[in-house]
Ligand binder design. Sequence first.
Ligand SMILES: NC(=O)c1ccc[n+]([C@@H]2O[C@H](COP(=O)([O-])OP(=O)(O)OC[C@H]3O[C@@H](n4cnc5c(N)ncnc54)[C@H](O)[C@@H]3O)[C@@H](O)[C@H]2O)c1
Length: 340
Amino acid sequence: MIRFALIGAGRIGQMHAANIVAHDRCSLNWIYDVHAPSSEAVGAKTGAKVARDLDEIFNDADVDAVFVASSTPTHADFIVRSVQSGKAVLCEKPIDLDIAKVEECSKQISSAKSLIQIGFNRRFDPGHGQLVSAVRNGEIGDLEQVIISSRDPEPPPKAYYLAAGGMLRDMTIHDFDLARFALGEEVTQVTAFTSNLFDTVAKEIGEIDSAMILMKTASGKLCHINNSRHATYGYDQRLEAHGSQGMLRSENRQPTSVERFNAKGSHWRDACEFFFIERYRQAYLKQLESFMDTLEAGSESKVSFEDGRRALILANAAYRSVETGNVVTVNYENPLERAS
Ligand SMILES: NC(=O)c1ccc[n+]([C@@H]2O[C@H](COP(=O)([O-])OP(=O)(O)OC[C@H]3O[C@@H](n4cnc5c(N)ncnc54)[C@H](O)[C@@H]3O)[C@@H](O)[C@H]2O)c1
């Protein structure tokens, strides 16, 4: 039985709390949020103790793992505090928006023995995960191209834009990680175009609502990511891999599998699952299970701190490409050096 403390009782924290309490291999011992009414609501729903301060969690020998689901700027500090207290940590993406802070965090945890897993849940989606396994098993021969489509159903409110820190580091970060996972080798070159095409709220604050990114690995494999902050048909989440012996596609999911046929058309299905909580329901659960498996086995993290760091480095390279109009060579070793 793995005993969790959860930090953050917002949108995603509430879902993680429900998953932890519903699972027979773990328990939710503590919940903490700076906004007390949020943690109290989760405490009342789950039976978890409501921490009044973080020391109650970090000093509790009966906590095996900390699940960090608080706002992004808190993640690096909570990772450090968790590992310094000898706790395993499952931390939501991104580690931080600032690579300098990630590098500092990396130094502070360099000698830590604790398991650290970053919440790139898409790796655990049954469809996406199976596609990547099929690529690794050679089902499509030599992998040549990866195509990731990721479109939100609707733009977020202004307050979200202002806090999120930019689309490529907040939203596309999932796709940078999925690209690395699917390609199975490091991206060395990045070029990106971004645009504001439809969202006046985003435009008002100088934010983008659309992006297309092209990337290349050292061996020449190509990857395309396309993002939009809206899609009329729901949360559009597709992954495609093309190789010398065929093609693999992990498709969107609909709430039901009913297909409709009438005089206007055929094969109409429901709109896609609305957003991430619905679309990636299974992925969040499998992510939790994988974390527990790794912790119990004492094995290597499936989605390491370094994976989180590298996804941010790719996001920064994409921003640099937008700024300069150039193809950017990715520098994983010294990401604080300004890329060409
Ligand atoms: N993996 C995914 O699919 C996914 C989806 C959504 C959000 N996220 C990530 O999860 C995190 C939370 O996102 P959200 O949408 O739930 O945001 P949210 O604003 O709904 O919730 C964040 C919560 O953190 C709390 N908080 C802020 N500072 C804190 C602190 N110092 N200590 C404790 N609690 C603190 C806030 O009070 C709030 O309740 C973000 O980093 C986001 O990027 C990941």
